[in-house]
Design a protein around this ligand. Structure first.
Ligand SMILES: Nc1ncnc2c1ncn2[C@@H]1O[C@H](COP(=O)(O)OP(=O)(O)OP(=O)(O)O)[C@@H](O)[C@H]1O
Ligand SMILES: [Mg+2]
Length: 339
C-alpha cells in the first residue's frame, strides 16, 4: 500500500519483570500501518496481542516496561509515543483523540459513576471545539450508528444499566467519537452476536473508507480477518512469525504455525478439502515466555522441525512481495539440512 504511514513500530519489546523471571510478552516486533489500512493481528491466547496494543498506547504499567520505538504520525509530523511519559499531557493529547482503542475488557474502559453519554461527550468536548448541545447530539448519533436502540434514552444511562453487548457497542462509539487516525480494536466483536458483529464491522469499514482511518484489528477469528483485513501479522510467543497481504496469507501460508492456524478455520479447511474430523486446535500449548531456550519459538510444537530449529531463533526473511516468514525452511543455513 502506497499511502502514508500512520504508525511505525520499531523493535518493540515489552518485558514484565516478575519475581520468578523476566516474562517477554512482546519481544522485538516491528511493523508499519498506513492510512486507510486494516492490519489484522492474530495468534493464540497469550502470544502478546493485547500487550502489543497497550504498548503502542504506552499504557503498560509496572512491572511491565515497553522499550523500542512507536512512531505515530499526524499532519506529516511524527512523535515517538514511548518517549512520552505514560501519563503526560503530551500523550493525553494523542490518546483518546487521534489514537483510540477498543479494549478487550469493556468494563475497564468506563467509569461506573458517569452516564454513558457523559463519557462519550467528554472525549468530544476535550478534543473538539463544539458546544455541549452539539457534543450530546453527536453522542446520540454515535450510539445509533453502533446499533443501540433508543439512543436518546440510553445516552443518559449508566454503564451498569446496559447489557454486555450494549456496553461493548457503547465503547466502540466512544472510540470512534473523535474520528481517530488510528483505531486499535482488541477482540471488539467477540462478545457480540453475529448480526451485530457484521453491523459493527461494516461500520468500521465505512469509517475507514470515508475518513482514511487506519485500524489494527486483534482477533482469534480468522474468518473475520479474511473478510476485513488488508494485511495480516501472525504472532507467536511475543514474536512476529509471519506477515503478508491477506489474500497471500490465506492462499499460501508459509510458517508451520500459520498453516495450522488456517487449518483450524472451518471455511479455509473446507476450501482445502480437510475433512471436518481433522479440524482441530493446534496440539500442545503456548508456554509462558519466561526463560525460553535458544531455539525456534515454535520448535516444541512444530511438526516440520529439523535439527537446525533447536539451535537458535530464525530471522524474519522475505519470501515474496510484502511476505515475511520466520522459519529455517527459508534459509539461514536451514535449507541445507532439508532433504
Ligand atoms: N500484567 C501482567 N503481568 C505479567 N504478565 C502479563 C501481564 N499481562 C500480560 N502478561 C503476559 O504477557 C503475555 C502476553 O499477554 P497478552 O495479554 O498480550 O496475550 P494475548 O495475545 O492478548 O492473549 P488473548 O488472546 O488471551 O487476549 C502472556 O504470557 C501473559 O501472561
Ligand atoms: Mg488479549
Amino acid at each position: 500500500m502506497e499511502s502514508e504511514v500512520v504508525l511505525s513500530v520499531k523493535d518493540l519489546k515489552t518485558y514484565f519483570y516478575l519475581p520468578h523471571g523476566v516474562l517477554k510478552a512482546v519481544d522485538g516486533i516491528s511493523f508499519d500501518v498506513h492510512a486507510g489500512e486494516l492490519v489484522g493481528l492474530v495468534g493464540e491466547s497469550g502470544c502478546g496481542k493485547s500487550i502489543t496494543a497497550r504498548s503502542i498506547l504506552n499504557m503498560v504499567r509496572d512491572p511491565g516496561k515497553p522499550m523500542g520505538e512507536v512512531w505515530f504520525y499526524r499532519n506529516g509530523e511524527g512523535v515517538n509515543l514511548l518517549e512520552m511519559g505514560p501519563d503526560s499531557p503530551e500523550i493525553r493529547r494523542v490518546r483518546g483523540d487521534a489514537l483510540t482503542m477498543i479494549f478487550q475488557e469493556p468494563m475497564n474502559a468506563f467509569s461506573m459513576v458517569h452516564t454513558v453519554g457523559h463519557q462519550i461527550m467528554e472525549g468530544i468536548l476535550l478534543h473538539r471545539h463544539v458546544s455541549k448541545t452539539e457534543a450530546r447530539r453527536q453522542a446520540i448519533q454515535l450510539l445509533e450508528n453502533v446499533g443501540i436502540a433508543n439512543p436518546g434514552q440510553r445516552v443518559d444511562e449508566y454503564p451498569f444499566q446496559l447489557s454486555g453487548g450494549m456496553r461493548q457497542r457503547a465503547m466502540i462509539a466512544m472510540a470512534i467519537a473523535t474520528n481517530p487516525r488510528l483505531l486499535i480494536c482488541d477482540e471488539p466483536t467477540t462478545a457480540l452476536d453475529v448480526s451485530v458483529q457484521a453491523q459493527i464491522l461494516s461500520l468500521l469499514k465505512d469509517l475507514q473508507r470515508r475518513n482514511g482511518m487506519a485500524i489494527i484489528f486483534i482477533t482469534h477469528d480468522l474468518a473475520v480477518i479474511s473478510q476485513i483485513a488488508h494485511r495480516v501479522i501472525v504472532m507467536y510467543l511475543g514474536k512476529v512469525v509471519e506477515e503478508a497481504a491477506v489474500r497471500e496469507i490465506f492462499k499460501s501460508p508459509q510458517h508451520p504455525y500459520t498453516v495450522r492456524l488456517m487449518e483450524a478455520v472451518p471455511d479455509v479447511a473446507l476450501a482445502k478439502g480437510i475433512e471436518h474430523g481433522r479440524l482441530q486446535t493446534i496440539e500442545g500449548f503456548v508456554p509462558e515466555p519466561i526463560d525460553l531456550p535458544a531455539e525456534c519459538v515454535f520448535y516444541k510444537r512444530c511438526p516440520e522441525a529439523f535439527d537446525r530449529c533447536r539451535t537458535g531463533l530464525p530471522e524474519l526473511v522475505q519470501v515474496g512481495p510484502g511476505h515475511f516468514v520466520r522459519c529455517f525452511k527459508f534459509g539461514q543455513q536451514g535449507r541445507a539440512s532439508l532433504p
